[in-house]
Design a protein around this ligand. Structure first.
Ligand code: COA
Length: 430
C-alpha cells in the first residue's frame, strides 16, 4: 500500500464521538439498508442527539432500536423510513417517524435529483484495500448515489464486512472521517416456515424451470420457496437481497449462474441480510457482485434476464388483483421495497414469471387475505395491471390477460374454502 493512502487513512481516523460532529443542524443523513447501518456511529449520534436540531436520518429497513428512535427527541433527530421494519414501525404508526413512499429502484434517482436529501452518509464498510478502496457491500442500494452527492461521508470500518466485487466501492479520497469497529455483523435468521408456507413454496417451485434466474423477496414464504429448489439445475440469481436461502442453493449446486444470459456466471444483489456464514461467503467471491439498486431493481435492466422468476410476499389482495403488501388498512406495516420493481421486471423478461405469495388467511383462519375490496385505507403496492401469478396454499391463480370477472374467479379458487361463498357473493359487484 502506498504511504500516501495509509497516511490519508490515519489522518481521517477519529472516534465515533468526533466523527458525528461533522453533522450540522438541518442535515439529511443517508444510512444503508439493514445490516449496513453503522452501530458505533448511530450510537454516538444517539448519545449526542440533544445537540442537534432538525436532523433527519433516512433508511430502508432499520433493524436496531438506537437511542435516537425516541419520540421525545424527534425534533432533534428524526427518522425518515423508506420501508418500516420492527425498529421503526411503532414510531411510524404513532406518527413520530416519517415515511417517504418509493420504488426501491428509484431512490438513487430521487437522491440525485435532490427530492431526498443526502448531506451526510453514515455506513458500514469493509477494510481498505491496497488501492485505497472500501466496499459498501452490506448495503450498496441507494448509498452509492448518496456518496456521489454528500458533503460528508463517514464510514465505520469493520474487518467482518466482506470486500465484494461489483459497483460498491468508495475511495479514501472521498471519505471525510473513519471510525473502526470490530464486532460481528448483525445476523438475521431465516423465518420460521410452517406447513402453509411450505405448501405455497411447493406450488411455486413446480413452476420454476431449470436454468431460470431468481429474485427472492423478504418474508417467510420467499424463503420457503428457496428451500424447495435445491434439486433444480443451473439456476441463476439477480436479486435485491442476498440471504442464507440463496447461499443454500449455491451450496447444493442448484445455483451455478451458468445459463444466465445477462451477467452470466455472476449473481447480482444490492444488499445482504443473513448469517456470519453468508457474510464470509460474500468476501472476495468472484461469483457475486453487489450493485446499486437502480441497477439491480430497474425493471428494464432486471428484465434483461430471460426466465426471471420473482417471488414476493403480500398481506392482502382484492379480486381485481391489487396487492396491499405494506399496510393493514391505514396502519403502515412495511413498504413497497422492490416488489413492484421485480413484478414489472418479470413481465418484461422473456419467459419471466412473477409470483405474489400469501397464505389464504390471517389470524388463525379468521380473516381472508383475498378480499372483494382492500380494507379501507390499504396502500396498494403492486398494481392490478402488473400482478400475474398469485399463490396461496390452495394453488395458483394466473391474472394477466384476464378480465375482472375471470381474475376474481381465479382468486376465489385459491381462497380458503370457508370464505369462497362470501367472495362469490360479491362477484355481481364487479
Ligand atoms: N389482515 C390482518 N392481519 C394480517 C393480514 C390481513 N390481511 N395479513 C397479514 N396480517 C398479519 C399477520 O397475521 C402477521 O401478524 P403476526 O405478526 O401477529 O402474526 C403480520 O400481519 C405479518 O404478516 P405475514 O404474512 O407474516 O408477513 P411476512 O412476515 O411474511 O412479511 C412482508 C410480509 C411485510 C415482507 C410483505 O408484505 C412486504 O412488505 N412486501 C412488500 C415488500 C417486498 O415484497 N419486498 C420484496 C423485495 S425485498
Amino acid at each position: 500500500m502506498k504511504n500516501s493512502i495509509r497516511d490519508s487513512y490515519q489522518a481521517k481516523l477519529v472516534s465515533a464521538t468526533l466523527a458525528v460532529q461533522q453533522i450540522r443542524d438541518g442535515d439529511f443523513i443517508i444510512v444503508p439498508t439493514g445490516v449496513g447501518e453503522p452501530p458505533e456511529l448511530l450510537t454516538a449520534l444517539s448519545e449526542q442527539r440533544q445537540r442537534f436540531h432538525d436532523v433527519k436520518i433516512a433508511q430502508i429497513l432499520a433493524l436496531r432500536k438506537y437511542g435516537y428512535l425516541d419520540p421525545a427527541t424527534a425534533h432533534h433527530v428524526r427518522h425518515v423510513a423508506l420501508f418500516y421494519g420492527p425498529a421503526t414501525r411503532p414510531g411510524g404508526q404513532a406518527g413520530w417517524v416519517d415515511f417517504i413512499p418509493n420504488y426501491f429502484s428509484e431512490i438513487p434517482r430521487q437522491i440525485q435529483e435532490g427530492q431526498i436529501g443526502a448531506d451526510v452518509v453514515l455506513s458500514m464498510a469493509s477494510t481498505m484495500d491496497e488501492h485505497g478502496y472500501f466496499a459498501l457491500s452490506l448495503g450498496t442500494d441507494y448509498t452509492m448515489a448518496a456518496v456521489a452527492k454528500a458533503r460528508s461521508i463517514i464510514l465505520e470500518v469493520n474487518p467482518n464486512v466482506p470486500f465484494t466485487h461489483g459497483e460498491c466501492h468508495v475511495h479514501i479520497s472521498q471519505v471525510s472521517a473513519l471510525v473502526e469497529s470490530s464486532g460481528p455483523i448483525l445476523e438475521v435468521g431465516l423465518p420460521v416456515i410452517g406447513p402453509v408456507q411450505s405448501a405455497i413454496g411447493k406450488y411455486v417451485a413446480e413452476m420454476i424451470p431449470d436454468g431460470a434466474t431468481l429474485q427472492i423477496g423478504y418474508g417467510a414464504i420467499p424463503d420457503a420457496v428457496v428451500i424447495q429448489l435445491t434439486e433444480k439445475h443451473d439456476l441463476g440469481v439477480h436479486t435485491e437481497m442476498i440471504g442464507d436461502g440463496i447461499l443454500a442453493l449455491v451450496e447444493s449446486g442448484a445455483v451455478t449462474n451458468r445459463r444466465k444470459n445477462f451477467h452470466p456466471g455472476k449473481m447480482l444483489a444490492t444488499f445482504a441480510l443473513g448469517s456470519q456464514k453468508l457474510y464470509r461467503f460474500m468476501h472476495q467471491n468472484p461469483q457475486l457482485e453487489m450493485h446499486p439498486v437502480n441497477y439491480t431493481n430497474d425493471p428494464v435492466i432486471a428484465g434483461k434476464n430471460d426466465h426471471l422468476m420473482t417471488i414476493n410476499a403480500s398481506l392482502q389482495i382484492d379480486l381485481l388483483g391489487q396487492c396491499g403488501s405494506e399496510s393493514l388498512g391505514l396502519q403502515p406495516y412495511s413498504g413497497t421495497g422492490g416488489q413492484s420493481d421485480f413484478v414489472r421486471a418479470a413481465n418484461i423478461s422473456r419467459g419471466g414469471k412473477s409470483f405474489i405469495v400469501l397464505p389464504s388467511t390471517a389470524k388463525n383462519d379468521t380473516i381472508s387475505r383475498i378480499v372483494p375490496a382492500l380494507t379501507s385505507g390499504t396502500h396498494v403496492s403492486t398494481s392490478k395491471n402488473d400482478v400475474n401469478y398469485v399463490v396461496t396454499e390452495f394453488g395458483v391463480a394466473q391474472l394477466r390477460g384476464k378480465s375482472y370477472r375471470q381474475r376474481a374467479e381465479e382468486l376465489i379458487s385459491v381462497a380458503h374454502p370457508d370464505f369462497r361463498a362470501e367472495l362469490r357473493a360479491s362477484l355481481n359487484r364487479l
